[in-house]
Design a protein around this ligand. Structure first.
Ligand SMILES: [Zn+2]
Length: 88
């Protein structure tokens, strides 16, 4: 089954979330190490988590996905076991 345009858009969105999450994690680490500001670090971590929880979800059943796992074209949702990017 070919991935539809909607599936490709979702893949791009997940990629952006991963990059933004990485940036937030780096910002959190930098505020902790260089600014010695654990509160600011927690704010960045909180933002990162909130973003993952809000946006990193299965398009079929809306269950939260494990964002530490890499997604590929054939990734399945652990909840409904459908292909994430296919059949959209
Ligand atoms: Zn699902």
């Amino acid at each position: 089954m070919k991935i539809s345009e909607k599936g490709l858009m979702l893949q791009a969105k997940f990629k952006q979330i991963k990059i933004a999450g990485l940036v937030l994690l780096i910002l959190a680490a930098m505020s902790f190490v260089f600014l010695r500001n654990p509160i600011l670090a927690l704010v960045f971590l909180g933002l990162e988590l909130a973003m993952e929880i809000k946006l990193y979800r299965c398009p079929h059943c809306n269950k939260m996905l494990d964002w530490r796992r890499k997604t590929t074209d054939d990734s399945c949702c652990p909840g409904c076991e459908k292909f994430l990017f296919r059949g959209l």
